[in-house]
Design a protein around this ligand. Structure first.
Ligand code: 5CA
Length: 159
């Protein structure tokens, strides 16, 4: 493991610190690119992995971030009802442009642009959860309350 954080991971660390959260970012040798990879790398249930998924509203083209449990598939219809506009999954380019991070490392904080944020209620059942920290090899551990605090997201059922 490398002690020096990659610049994308540093960006996340700074964003967390700015929010008063002193989580340690862990850089893994193994890939943490997908929820399954991350669960395997840290040794937790896939449901405890925070997926940060970007959607785009079809008309106004606004970015929406859903922080979902790794165990769940986000129902786009449910999300569309929340914002009163149909949504679609964003492509890799939109993800990078809006968040400043590449797919596989998108964190729940530290984004380039402000995003409308929803939190999957299923994450709240766990004592601790793990989120991506800017790269496909970096994660950090936090509690559901901390996730709510740093994202100011609205808790919904996403399934
Ligand atoms: N680091 C892990 C766990 S913390 C992670 O970032 N998981 S993730 O689920 O949030 O990111 C992977 C997600 O990116 C996939 O679930 C998928 O929804 C999305 N994705 C993967 N490839 C593409 C693509 N080509 N275009 C748009 N979205 C993609």
């Amino acid at each position: 493991m490398n002690d020096e954080l990659k610049s994308s991971a540093q960006k996340v660390q700074k964003a967390l610190q700015a929010q008063g959260l002193n989580c340690e970012i862990v850089q893994m040798q193994e890939t943490t690119r997908t929820a399954k990879d991350a669960a395997q790398a840290v040794g937790c249930e896939v449901g405890q992995i925070v997926k940060s998924l970007i959607f785009k509203s079809k008309q106004s083209r606004k970015p929406i971030l859903v922080v979902a449990s790794g165990a769940n598939r986000v129902n786009e219809k449910v999300l569309g009802q929340q914002i009163s506009e149909p949504v679609k999954m964003a492509n890799a380019e939109f993800v990078r442009e809006m968040t400043g991070f590449a797919i596989g490392g998108v964190p729940p904080v530290g984004h380039q642009h402000p995003l409308t944020i929803f939190i999957d209620e299923d994450l709240l059942q766990y004592e601790e959860i793990w989120a991506a920290a800017g790269t496909p090899h970096a994660v950090f551990k936090l509690t559901p309350d901390e996730l709510k605090m740093i994202t100011s997201g609205t808790v919904i059922s996403v399934k």
